[in-house]
Ligand binder design. Structure first.
Ligand SMILES: [Zn+2]
Length: 320
């Protein structure tokens, strides 16, 4: 039986945060391994790096960045306008396979070179297993939770382009805006430059400005989920379709639920944060597939925990 809507909530974002923030870095320029990866790691943050496969000479630093939790995403083989189906094999399929082979994990998302997208390219992206694609359009002023309706479904999501002259106030106003509206904020960076690392091509950002931006973003950690583009998209897609069902009572004081979504379980494995009204009966434990899950009371009658959709029974233990 579906759990009545007033008795539970699938949180819009992980840990019931107000919004999600994603940092994306295009073209894997020299400042990315030298400055960006260590600066993120220092703060316990992750980002998404959009890779042009033909320009990578050494894959070891990318492997290392991926191991630290960063996403390696597809930005084609040679960065052309992907405006002809004759380019799809090389620029979409082969580039994706190359990154997967070198990194050793699946590629889920795509970034359009020059932000240029086409309907037939979107069909190709879906066919090749990309779940979303980042565009370069600036976010609308009401960056809401239904952001994906505004573009081409999830295949042209907004990005706020960082420039050399972007001020910290402009940077912060984007965060304030997304916290207010509940959606997904994606920053788009190109080069990050520090005087030693020769990386001051298009829209370079000085490393001291970059540090300040990351520290400022970190100060919003209670309000925003800072994650990769792929994980934000997975969470969002799951959360908008998932539903909680109560199946049966195994025995006294054990309640059993399943969380279902309509998506491919091989890809969509992000745990969703759930708030469940358990009434005034004390809850002693929550588990999924017999694995204990952390949970906490957020009010006298509500508990909060995380569970993966279609991943086995969720047992709420209210026994002695
Ligand atoms: Zn690019």
């Amino acid at each position: 039986m579906p759990v009545a809507e007033e008795n539970y909530k699938i949180c819009n974002w992980k840990d019931n945060k107000s919004a999600a923030v994603v940092l994306t870095f295009d073209d894997w320029t020299p400042g990315h391994p030298a400055i960006v990866v260590p600066q993120l790691q220092k703060r316990g943050m992750v980002g998404t790096f959009n890779i042009i496969t033909s320009t990578v000479k050494d894959w070891a630093p990318l492997r290392e960045a991926a191991k630290a939790g960063n996403e390696m995403a597809n930005h084609t083989a040679t960065h052309p306008y992907v405006n002809s189906s004759s380019l799809y094999q090389k620029e979409v399929f082969d580039a994706k396979n190359k990154i997967e082979k070198e990194i050793g994990s699946p590629v889920f998302t795509f970034a359009y070179p020059f932000g240029a997208f086409y309907d037939s390219l979107i069909v190709c992206l879906k066919k090749s297993g990309h779940i979303a694609a980042r565009g370069v359009y600036a976010p609308s002023s009401d960056e809401s939770y239904s952001f994906y309706f505004l573009g081409k479904d999830y295949y042209n999501t907004y990005a706020y382009g960082m420039k050399t002259e972007t001020t910290i106030d402009e940077f912060v106003s984007q965060i304030e805006n997304v916290v207010k509206n509940g959606g997904l904020l994606t920053y788009l960076y190109h080069s990050v430059y520090n005087g030693k690392v020769k990386d001051f091509s298009y829209a370079w950002v000085l490393d001291s400005d970059f540090s300040l931006q990351l520290d400022t973003l970190a100060s919003y950690k209670d309000k925003v989920w800072i994650t990769t583009y792929a994980d934000a998209i997975k969470y969002h897609k799951e959360a908008v379709c998932a539903q909680l069902f109560e199946t049966r009572s195994a025995y006294y004081a054990k309640r059993i639920f399943v969380l279902k979504d309509t998506l491919d379980n091989k890809v969509y494995d992000q745990p969703l944060t759930i708030i469940l009204n358990v009434g005034n009966i004390k809850t002693y434990g929550v588990s999924q597939n017999s694995v204990n899950l952390p949970f906490k009371y957020i009010s006298d009658s509500e508990i909060q925990f995380e569970a993966v959709p279609d991943s086995g029974e969720i047992l709420i233990d209210q026994g002695m």
